[in-house]
Ligand binder design. Structure first.
Ligand code: NAD
Ligand code: GLY
Length: 352
């Protein structure tokens, strides 16, 4: 197990990464007042472990993105109040990114903030959502529109939880890992070296640490997403979030990858990214997606992207790959964006 300390102005967040992380962490919360948030799937698999380690105060959300809403946030807060949670209690977010985001927001609000531990149980949550303090719920069809920056005091990234993860969720986590590959030369090289075997456990254990270490460095520089450094972590996300809402049933990580595919197309069109590098990146993306991502109504997807928080005025903001380890932000008008999405959709074999 390895440890990363993410120092930010608000808090030192300690991240334990690797096999054995959970067992090493668990004894440290003995005697604390704990409140667990999890979801139905995770609870079914880990009820015994949760109860043995953290006790009986548990809020179980219905699994799925639809649960990340203000109504459930209030229900969690109400359950904390009814459960007699005090100022020095600790919220344990035990689950994937949905649980982490809503439980993190609840921890930030209850009594103006109580301690938070993230125990991410999906690959996506281990490499991304549990680290860095972004918490949120969705509202009115807009993703993450209500939220707060609230650093977890501890994050416990233990690969043991990946053993029960469906293949689809591994693919979803790989989506965010490929995103890191477009941002960081070291991660890119490892992805290229292991391209045929990205889901292998030994590879994942190693790459989880690299992704977390990379993200921690970015968040250290720009905790509140103000200077632009953290914005880069949104590669693939503007279009990806739109597809997430457009498709309905697809997972976040998969949509990020679909977003990265469309945004790479745009970067190529603008002459920002090309040659072997663009070809390799496309192969990496398609290697995980398994098929070119089709979109029947690119206009609709583009219209959804307008609501992304990164946009200003009429322009769509995208983080696009340039060359190995280098990305940049571009802003394009909505009409141009719609045209390019539709073009890419047609090239992928769908669209009008
Ligand atoms: P998720 O939380 O919905 O989990 C995916 C599925 O896996 C669910 O069905 C869940 O029940 C199941 N699951 C979780 N752990 C399991 C395990 N160990 N074994 C078997 N099944 C398990 O989705 P996710 O992909 O983890 O997270 C997506 C969410 O994260 C989105 O809401 C997204 O907006 C958010 N996100 C947040 C950040 C951030 O910085 N806060 C970053 C990226 C994504
Ligand atoms: N997942 C993007 C961020 O944490 O900033």
């Amino acid at each position: 197990m390895r440890e990363i300390v993410l120092k930010t102005p608000s808090c030192d967040s300690v991240i334990y990464c690797g096999a054995g992380a959970f067992d090493e962490y668990a004894p440290s919360v003995a005697g604390e007042q704990l409140f667990v948030v999890t979801d139905t799937n995770v609870y079914e698999l880990y009820e015994k472990l949760i109860k043995k380690t953290f006790g009986e105060k548990i809020f179980v959300l219905e699994a799925g993105e639809e649960s990340k809403n203000p109504e459930n946030l209030l229900k969690i807060l109400r359950a904390m109040l009814d459960g007699g949670m005090r100022r020095n209690c600790r919220v344990i977010a035990f689950g994937g990114g949905v649980v982490g985001d809503i439980a993190g927001l609840a921890a930030s609000l209850y009594m103006r903030g109580v301690r938070l531990t993230q125990v991410p149980t999906t690959l996506l949550a281990q490499v991304d959502s549990s680290v860095g303090g972004k918490t949120a719920v969705d509202m009115g069809g807009v993703k993450n529109i209500l939220g707060a920056f609230y650093q977890p005091e501890k994050v416990v990234c233990d690969p043991r939880f990946l053993d029960t993860l469906p293949e689809r969720e591994i693919k979803c986590g790989l989506g965010e890992i490929v995103k890191y590959g477009a941002l960081d030369g070291n991660i890119y090289s490892k992805l290229m070296d292991n391209a045929g075997n990205l889901a292998a456990r030994s590879f994942l254990e190693d790459i989880i640490y690299d992704c977390v270490a990379y993200k921690a460095e970015v968040v250290k520089k720009d905790e509140r997403d103000l200077s632009g450094a953290r914005k880069a972590l949104n590669l693939g996300h503007t279009t990806g979030h739109a597809f997430e809402l457009y498709y309905g049933g697809k997972s976040h990580g998969e949509c990020v990858l679909i977003g990265a595919y469309y945004e790479l197309y745009i970067a190529r069109k603008y002459g920002i990214c090309g040659g072997y590098y663009a070809d390799n990146l496309e192969k990496l993306i398609l290697g995980v997606l398994k098929a070119k991502p089709v979109c029947a109504d690119a206009d609709k997807a583009a219209q959804i992207a307008v609501h992304d928080k990164k946009n200003d005025d009429e322009n769509i903001s995208l983080i696009v790959p340039e060359r190995e380890g280098v990305c940049r932000e571009i802003k394009i008008g909505l009409t141009e964006y719609k045209t390019l999405l539709a073009e890419c959709a047609r090239a992928a074999g769908g669209g009008k």
